[in-house]
Design a protein around this ligand. Structure first.
Ligand code: AMP
Length: 316
């Protein structure tokens, strides 16, 4: 599929393979409450990445998952050949946020059909160049990696549930990952280190060449052996629901990289800003509601606003 980016790229972009959760979320924030709405790390990721690249999705849903949600993903050009439907119930997550919207409190996690899920990648997914291991059981992340032949870039996300529950498998996954995208509290938990810069260094020792730390409304910091880059979050007056911000960030980040086919530092930095821009839309409404009505012109507009926001050494 041909897409345009602000850098004028119109060639065929590479497709991204993603494994992660497709879920029903029930969320409470100080501004409202929703029950059993469309969510999941792979859902947010693929909806966001699909503005830049084609996405092949690997996940499982239960018999209770409505076709309308699948139609939405198809309408975003997400390939669902790797999405299995299994007997049983879809993954469910229930969470709550207080006025500090930066950290979710998990009230309930039901793996349901993910409990017995064994990914079996369609043949055309196995040559993927860009792989994103979205937040899910690290054993499933590893299983997907085993089936992919020679990826150019493997990035990964995770959360406290897996850091404490499946630490050994997660450490194994990280040995095969180029970029870890993780939120601030989870970076500290994974590294067992309170200082964020030192936590980042420790994470780099676990395998990834680059670690991207998401800090909610305070933006993002990227660390690698040679440099540190920080980008602000786009300042919003209305934030309704931060659920999915991290996955939406990762979708914009990977989507841009796959569209660009360029992994140089400059490209990674632009990808970080595209990721932040995508996340800034998601938090403006519950579930994927804002992403549903988004168009590329709005993304481009916000990207330029972030550039102006951080301009300090050039023409004002
Ligand atoms: P985030 O982008 O970090 O806000 O991720 C939110 C999404 O993660 C929600 O839509 C949930 O369905 C999903 N989620 C929550 N807990 C888990 C888990 N343990 N494994 C996989 N996905 C999860």
């Amino acid at each position: 599929m041909k897409r345009k980016s602000p850098q004028g790229i119109k060639e065929e972009s590479m497709s991204i393979l993603v494994v992660g959760s497709v879920a029903f979320d029930s969320v409470e924030t100080p501004f409202g409450k929703v029950d059993e709405v469309l969510g999941g790390s792979a859902t947010y990721f693929s909806s966001s990445a699909s503005f830049f690249s084609d996405v092949n999705l690997v996940a499982v849903v239960g018999e209770d998952f409505p076709d309308a949600h699948l139609d939405f993903l198809r309408s975003r050009n997400v390939d669902l050949a790797g999405l299995q439907r299994a007997p049983g119930e879809t993954f469910r997550w229930r969470g709550r946020y207080g006025y500090d919207l930066n950290e979710a409190q998990t009230l309930d996690t039901r793996l349901n059909v993910f409990q017995d899920f064994r990914p079996d990648l369609p043949e055309n997914y196995r040559d993927a160049d860009f792989v994103f291991l979205a937040n899910i059981d690290p054993e499933l992340q590893l299983e997907v990696l085993r089936q992919v032949r020679k990826p150019r870039l493997v990035a990964c996300d995770t959360m406290n549930f897996w850091i404490s529950g499946k630490r050994a498998a997660l450490l194994e996954t990280l040995k095969h990952v180029d970029i870890l995208v993780i939120n601030e509290a989870e970076a500290r938990q994974l590294a067992e280190e309170a200082n964020l810069s030192r936590a980042a260094r420790r994470i780099l020792d676990l395998g990834p060449e680059t670690v991207v730390i998401k800090r909610g409304e305070y933006g993002v910091i990227m660390f690698n052996a040679h440099s540190i880059f920080a980008a602000p979050a786009y300042p919003l007056e209305e934030v309704f629901d931060p659920t999915g911000a991290g996955d939406t960030f990762a979708g914009g980040f990977m989507g841009y990289l796959a569209a660009n086919r360029n992994l140089a530092e400059q490209s990674l930095r632009r990808a970080i800003v595209f990721g932040s821009v995508m996340a800034s839309f998601t938090v403006e409404d519950f579930s994927l509601n804002r992403l549903r009505e988004l168009d590329y012109a709005a993304i481009e507009d916000r990207y330029h606003r972030v550039r102006l926001l951080t301009e300090f050494d050039g023409p004002a």
